[in-house]
Design a binder for this molecule. Structure first.
Ligand code: NDP
Length: 449
C-alpha cells in the first residue's frame, strides 16, 4: 500500500524510521493513514495543527519489570507495558493482555487502534493498552495471583479513574482483574473504578462477559441487513478462537438463528456439521480451562483437526475471526470467497492481514473491521465506568439494550462516512474516518499539547 498524500507519506516514513522493529504497529498505522487521505485533502487544518504527527506518537509509553515467585520458589521476571496513546476525548482506556507474544509493537498497535474504536462508541474514552509477556497457561491460581499483584504494584502509579482505566484482554479475565483490583485497593487505600471487567459484587457490569461477542453479532446484523439484504437466520458461521469473544459470539449467532459449525484454539479446531454446542465449549474453556480438542471427545458428531489456520477452509456464509492478530491471511480470504462467504467481521483485533482485507473488499464482500465490530466490549466498559462514578448498577437487559444501540450507531456512523467520502459501504474507510474526525476535532480544540 502506498500513500499518495505527501503530508501523510512523510509522516509514515518518520514512523517507520522511529519504530523499525514494530511490524504490527506499522501495519496498524499504515492502514489508518491510507483511509485518511481523503480527509486530509478536504481538511487543511489537520496539517496546520500537526494532528497526524501527534496522533501516531503515544503520549506516554511505560515499560517495567514484573518479578514474581513461582510455586517452586523460583524467581521469575516478566516485561510489562502500558501505552497511554491519546487522551483527547477521555481518560486512556484499553485492555491488558497477558501472552508470550506481547511486546512493544503489539501493545502500540492495539493502543493505536483503541483510540478510534473508543471514539466510535461515542463515550468519553481515550486510547490505551497494556500487558506483559507472562504466559498464564499452566500456572496455578497462586502464581497468577502473585504475578497480578506484582504487576499492579508498579501499574498503580500510572492509572486512576480519571487518568487511565485498564480492562481485560487475552489472558486477563475476571480472576486476574480481581487480583489486580485487590492489590490496587490495598496499596492506595481507595475503592475506585480503576479497572473494568470487575466482578459483579464490586462494581462490575452485568453484561461485560457477553459484551464483545454479542456486540460483534449486533454489528454483523447491521451489515447483513444493510449491505447483504439478509439476516443471521439459517446461515452457517465459522468462528475462530474459543475464548471470551468467540464463545459469546457463538452464543448470540446461534440465538439469532445461525448454525456455528467450527471453533478453534491455538492448537487446532473442531468442526461439527450439526452445529457447535456452546454450553459444552463453555464447560471446556471457561470452567476447566481445557483444550478445544476435548470437544470432539464429548460430542460424537464433531471432528478435531490439528493446527488452527485451516478453519478458514470450511465453507460458511459468515466468518467471524475472534482469536488473535493476523490469523486470517490472503490465501484464507481467497478460500472463503471461493466457498461463497457473504460477510466477514472481526471479533479479534486485526485478525485479518492487510492483503486478506484487500481481497475481501476487491471482491465486494462486506467486511467489518475490529475497531468497529468488536467495540461492544469497550463500550460496556465505558458504561461500567459511568456506573462506578454514579455508584449504581444497571440490569443485564438495560446494558444489553444500550450495547445494541451503540453497535447500531457505530455501523451507521461508519456507513454514512463511507458514503460521504465516496467509498460506499467500505466499512474500513468509513469507520476510520468517523472515529478519526472526533479525535481530530478534540485535539484541535485543545491546542498543541
Ligand atoms: P481469550 O484469551 O479469552 O481467548 C483467545 C482465544 O483465541 C483462545 O481460545 C486462544 O486459544 C485462541 N487463539 C490464540 N491464538 C490463536 C490462533 N493463532 N488461532 C486460533 N486460536 C487462537 O481472549 P479474548 O476472547 O478476550 O480476545 C480475543 C481477541 O479479541 C483478541 O484479539 C482481543 O484483543 C480481542 N478483543 C477482546 C475483547 C474482550 O472484551 N475480551 C474486546 C475487544 C477485542 P488458547 O486457549 O489455545 O490460547
Amino acid at each position: 500500500m502506498s500513500l499518495k498524500n505527501l503530508y501523510l507519506s512523510n509522516i509514515y516514513e518518520t514512523v517507520k524510521k522511529r519504530n523499525k522493529n514494530e511490524p504490527e504497529f506499522l501495519q496498524a498505522v499504515e492502514e489508518v493513514l491510507s483511509s485518511l487521505e481523503v480527509v486530509v485533502d478536504r481538511r487543511p487544518e489537520i496539517e496546520k495543527n500537526g494532528v497526524i504527527e501527534r496522533l501516531v506518537e503515544p503520549e506516554r509509553m511505560i515499560q517495567f519489570r514484573v518479578p514474581w515467585v513461582d510455586d517452586r520458589g523460583k524467581v521469575n521476571v516478566n516485561r510489562a507495558f502500558r501505552v497511554e496513546f491519546n487522551s483527547a476525548i477521555g481518560p486512556y482506556k484499553g485492555g491488558l493482555r497477558l501472552h508470550p507474544t506481547v511486546n512493544a509493537s503489539v501493545i502500540k498497535f492495539l493502543g493505536f487502534e483503541q483510540i478510534f474504536k473508543n471514539a466510535l462508541t461515542s463515550l468519553p474514552m481515550g486510547g490505551g493498552k497494556g500487558g506483559s509477556d507472562f504466559d498464564p497457561k499452566g500456572k496455578s491460581d497462586g502464581e497468577i495471583m502473585r504475578f497480578c499483584q506484582s504487576f499492579m504494584t508498579e501499574l498503580c502509579r500510572h492509572i486512576g479513574p480519571d487518568t487511565d482505566v485498564p480492562a481485560g484482554d487475552i489472558g486477563v479475565g475476571g480472576r486476574e482483574i480481581g487480583y489486580m483490583f485487590g492489590q490496587y485497593k490495598r496499596i492506595t487505600n481507595t475503592f475506585a473504578g480503576i479497572l473494568t471487567g470487575k466482578g459483579l459484587e464490586y462494581g462490575g457490569s452485568l453484561f461485560r462477559t457477553e459484551a464483545t461477542g454479542y456486540g460483534l453479532c449486533y454489528y454483523t446484523q447491521q451489515m447483513l441487513t444493510h449491505l447483504c439484504n439478509t439476516s443471521f437466520e439459517g446461515k452457517t458461521v465459522v468462528i475462530s478462537g474459543s475464548g471470551n469473544v468467540a464463545i459469546y459470539a457463538a452464543q448470540k449467532a446461534t440465538n439469532l438463528g445461525a448454525k456455528v459449525v467450527a471453533m478453534s484454539d491455538s492448537c487446532g479446531y473442531v468442526y461439527d456439521e450439526n452445529g457447535i454446542d456452546v454450553e459444552t465449549v463453555k464447560q471446556i474453556k471457561e470452567v476447566k480451562r481445557g483444550r478445544i480438542s476435548e470437544y470432539s471427545q464429548k460430542v460424537k458428531s464433531a471432528k478435531y483437526f490439528d493446527g488452527c489456520k485451516n478453519i478458514w477452509t470450511i465453507p460458511c456464509d459468515i466468518a467471524l475471526p475472534c482469536a488473535t492478530q493476523n490469523e486470517l491471511d490472503e490465501q484464507s480470504a481467497k478460500t472463503l470467497i471461493k466457498n461463497g462467504v457473504i460477510c466477514v467481521a472481526e471479533g479479534a483485533n486485526m485478525p485479518c492481514t492487510q492483503n486478506a482485507v484487500s481481497q475481501l473488499i476487491q471482491n465486494n464482500i462486506p467486511f467489518g473491521p475490529g475497531k468497529a465490530a468488536n467495540a461492544g466490549g469497550v463500550a460496556c466498559s465505558g458504561l461500567e465506568m459511568s456506573q462506578n462514578s454514579i455508584r449504581y448498577s444497571w440490569t443485564f437487559k438495560e446494558v444489553d439494550q444500550k450495547i445494541q444501540d451503540i453497535m447500531k450507531n457505530i455501523f451507521t456512523q461508519g456507513y454514512d462516512a463511507s458514503r460521504e467520502y465516496g467509498f460506499d459501504g467500505n466499512m474500513v474507510v468509513g469507520s476510520n474516518i468517523s472515529g478519526f474526525n472526533k479525535v481530530c476535532n478534540a485535539m484541535i480544540s485543545q491546542g498543541i499539547v
